[in-house]
Design a protein around this ligand. Structure first.
Ligand code: GLA
Length: 692
């Protein structure tokens, strides 16, 4: 009576679902392809007083109810206080790379529509769920994950996720999950700096090139949760989505709610995962206007001038920025309201007339005349007591009357669940964009939520989702009205470096830690699943007194992402300026290889004592290789070697390493170790290969 099998076919994989005799949607297969005719729904094969058949059923999307004790994907309370769900098959549609299966809890008229988008160009499947309340009664959703994944077999999987902090984002750890549940989450309102909203689960011996890797990344950067559980039978499952901590959502009769998206895939090795997501991101996830365009080399003023900005000094910086080859000049914090330090000003997004007595166009026009675009920093979700906005609207923040507000960085979070607050935030940026030639906004968010009172909401627990969606909506509105506008998402460094932000912003700020040595580990972790082109990477003067690092090394690190400059160029010597110019020129000649090519992590500090990454153009004609030694490299550890990847084995390439050049086949470079002598601490090398 049920259409039993649905096969989703991607480039190399099958993802298979089936409806069992009870009408439940089962997960059947995810991995390499088999004959579709062979897939079948199995009967639940064990039942005793402690384990029902359900315990052994691989549900495609587990709703809490009956004996479903595993980490569920969905939980709700119906109008009559019933919290037991029974969703069975209702209908399905499959065509043109889209499968939608609708399940229904027939006693309550509530539907779950599970949507899958796929193609034969990659192995990434995009998933989301819509819950529809077709009754005329109220439904309270208590857990609403975007997807559940069931991994094959009963062996333990190795699970990766960062355990980071502000200034040390993306420091990735691996745990073998033998039993119980591991959860990666944020309860802060943004994705934050600690865990990242993704699940990467691999065969324990998987490496860059081989081994089963199952992964899913969540397109949501509010408070999120990823739960991965290995059950009593050895089966590993993951659910990921909006955090259910302090969350619920009320759906009145006739209303519906769609979950954030999940991008999931199965690959052989981690390099394939990174490359598939990298390409999928610029083809399918990032906002269309700049997704397939190379990002400009920008200058950002923050580390050079902090809050102390004025037109003359910014123009002096801009002149040198132009001279070395920057294409865009971003003035960071300090230009607005009473913003003399981080104690005041947030909320008042009009130009500080003491710092800019002739208005901001003096600077913008100057930058434009130099031939660069101009960008500006905002922190739209915030307000400070020392601001006109707070004086006018003290009730526009999240707050409880009986609790003293925690003012991290002396600031409070605006209640974006209020329409009028969203309008104010949009208008502030809109006014600046209307009046001035601003083509880039760095949207910052520098503190997590606290005292999360929302007197305006009937169900206060909706705030986490509503706030995040409001941010995305404002970003989308700005982009729609100003199609030339580039948006950078930042949250005290990498707190918003995730796919939720990347669906609406063109790039992200990776970390406030711009020390180039630390940065290598941060970039390494970031690159696992996030697109290279979105990774803004500044060359700065950071830590130069505590750990002197050459300008060559700094460029050698920042060129591995979207190269940007954040140094105080006013202190640069003539030699530094010339050198920077040469590096930026080199970067531009390889920019599309770096931002859109295939990417390989060849070596890293922890395992190899040095870093090496390689980028190869999609047509395999050009490749660039970055090598960074560690602080110890000296006599003992100087002899190193690398094998290249991703070249055409039969084509000849000219490899240029400083003053020497050799011509050999791709196979030679990929199969024979290339010897390196890294005999100086923190040395940087850039090796280039071009097809001859
Ligand atoms: C945050 C950002 C920085 C900079 C400052 C400005 O820390 O991450 O890049 O913009 O705010 O206050």
């Amino acid at each position: 009576m049920y259409p039993d099998i649905f096969v989703i076919e991607t480039l190399n994989t099958h993802y298979v679902l089936g409806v069992d005799k009870n009408g439940r949607l089962n997960h059947i297969h995810w991995g390499k392809k088999a004959d579709p005719e062979d897939y079948e729904v199995r009967d639940n094969w064990e039942q005793n007083s402690n384990h029902s058949g359900l315990d052994y059923t691989d549900m495609e999307y587990t709703a809490f109810g009956g004996t479903m004790y595993r980490n569920c994907a969905f939980k709700c309370e119906y109008y009559d206080k019933c919290r037991d769900s029974v969703f069975t098959y209702l209908k399905s549609e499959q065509s043109d790379g889209r499968l939608a299966v609708t399940l229904c809890d027939k006693s309550y008229g509530v539907e779950l529509e599970l949507t899958y988008l796929y193609s034969d160009e990659s192995d990434i499947i995009t998933r989301f769920v819509t819950v529809k309340n077709n009754s005329n009664k109220t439904l309270k959703i208590e857990k609403f994950m975007s997807a559940e994944l069931t991994l094959p077999g009963t062996r333990p999987y190795a699970v990766k996720n960062p355990n980071g902090a502000w200034g040390s984002e993306f420091l990735t750890k691996t745990t073998i999950l033998e039993n119980g549940t591991i959860a990666f989450e944020s309860r802060k309102g943004t994705a934050g700096h600690t865990n990242s909203p993704y699940a990467v689960m691999s065969a324990p011996n998987a490496d860059e090139d081989h081994g089963a890797v199952y992964f899913a990344a969540l397109g949501y950067g509010g408070s999120f949760k990823v739960e991965i559980q290995r059950d009593f039978a050895g089966v590993t499952r993951a659910v990921l989505g909006i955090s259910d901590f302090d969350f619920s959502y009320t759906l009145k009769g006739g209303e519906s709610l769609t979950s954030p998206k999940v991008y999931m895939g199965f690959t052989d090795g981690f390099a394939q995962m990174s490359n598939m997501m990298n390409e999928f991101a610029y083809k399918n996830i990032l906002p269309k206007s700049f997704a397939q365009k190379p990002l400009p080399v920008l200058y950002n003023s923050w580390e050079a001038t902090e809050f102390n900005v004025n037109a003359r000094q910014q123009l002096e910086l801009a002149k040198i920025a132009k001279e070395i080859g920057c294409e865009l000049f971003v003035m960071d914090d300090g230009w607005f309201g009473r913003r003399y330090n981080d104690w005041g000003g947030l909320g008042d997004w009009s130009v500080n007339s003491e710092k800019f007595p002739n208005g901001i166009d003096e600077l913008i026009d100057g930058v434009n005349e130099l031939g660069m675009d101009f960008g500006l920093w905002f922190e739209p979700e915030m307000v400070q007591e020392d601001s006109d906005l707070y004086k006018a609207h003290p009730d526009w923040t999240y707050h409880y009357d009986n609790r003293e507000a925690m003012k991290l960085r002396h600031q409070l979070v605006l209640n974006l669940t209020k329409k009028e607050v969203c309008e104010y935030v949009f208008d502030c940026m809109d006014k600046m964009l209307e009046k001035h030639n601003i083509r880039y906004i760095k949207w910052d968010m520098n503190r997590p939520f606290s005292e999360i009172g929302t007197e305006n909401l009937e169900n206060g627990k909706e705030l986490w989702l509503r706030h995040t969606m409001a941010v995305y909506e404002i970003a989308d509105r700005l982009k729609e009205k100003y199609p030339y506008l580039q948006l950078e998402a930042c949250s005290s460094g990498g707190g918003r470096a995730e796919y939720g932000a990347m669906e609406h912003f063109d790039m992200v700020w990776t970390s406030d830690n711009t020390d180039p040595v630390d940065r290598l580990d941060i970039q390494h972790g970031y690159s696992l699943i996030y697109p290279i082109k979105c990774m803004r990477a500044w060359v700065t003067d950071a830590n130069n007194t505590r750990r002197p690092v050459s300008l060559d090394f700094r460029f050698g690190v920042s060129m591995q992402g979207s190269l940007s400059i954040g140094s105080n160029l006013l202190n640069y010597s003539k030699e530094d300026i010339e050198k920077s110019g040469r590096y930026i020129e080199l970067y531009k000649s390889f920019r599309s290889v770096i931002q859109f090519g295939d990417f390989y992590r060849l070596k890293n500090y922890a395992e190899d004592g040095f870093y090496s990454t390689q980028y190869v153009s999609k047509d395999k004609k050009k490749s660039v290789l970055f090598i960074n030694s560690n602080a110890n490299s000296f006599f003992n550890a100087r002899f190193k070697s690398i094998r290249l990847k991703g070249l055409s084995p039969d084509e000849k390439y000219r490899l240029t390493d400083g003053d020497t050049a050799v011509i050999k086949s791709g196979a030679y470079f990929m199969n024979k170790e290339y010897a390196l002598c890294l005999d100086r601490p923190l040395m940087s090398k850039i090796i280039i290969l071009e097809k001859v």
